[in-house]
Design a protein around this ligand. Structure first.
Ligand code: HEM
Length: 112
């Protein structure tokens, strides 16, 4: 059993691991590719997730639709991770304020 929550904070692998720094995944830095087991959110080795490419595609579609249509804002700035769940998320309540960016037209109407 391994813990992504611990592995993904190893300073030998990730520069300032507790800092929110998406640029660490750019091709120039590629901190996640230092070894086949640096980033293990999808497991590793023989039983590595076979749905990874599909999962990334789904997540990109979901965020593309959400970010295009809504402004999102944390209600409270500080939140703590909840390690009691298999997939670590923010401890509840973690409230998000959202506002539609524009009135949907045409096809987007069907999203109402
Ligand atoms: C964000 C979404 C997903 C995450 C975080 C995720 C994560 C994982 C992880 C950590 C494992 C390894 C489990 C282990 O070591 O025993 C795994 C295995 C697996 N995943 Fe995913 N997964 C995701 C989406 C998907 C999707 C969309 C599919 C299928 C369409 C899928 C199919 C599988 C299968 C079949 C295995 C078992 C592979 C094997 O044992 O050889 N996963 N996944």
């Amino acid at each position: 059993m391994v813990s992504p929550a611990v592995s993904h904070r190893l300073p030998d692998c990730f520069h300032f691991p507790n800092r929110y720094d998406p640029d660490r995944f750019t091709p120039e830095r590629a901190e996640d590719r230092k070894s086949p087991y640096t980033l293990i959110g999808f497991g590793g080795g023989r039983h590595r997730c076979i749905g990874q490419a599909f999962a990334y595609q789904q997540v990109k579609v979901i965020w593309t639709v959400l970010l295009r249509q809504f402004e999102l804002e944390l209600v409270h700035q500080n939140y703590e991770p909840d390690y009691s769940t298999f997939v670590v998320g923010p401890r509840q309540p973690c409230l998000i304020r959202y506002r539609r960016k524009y009135k949907p037209t045409g096809l987007l109407r069907s999203y109402k």
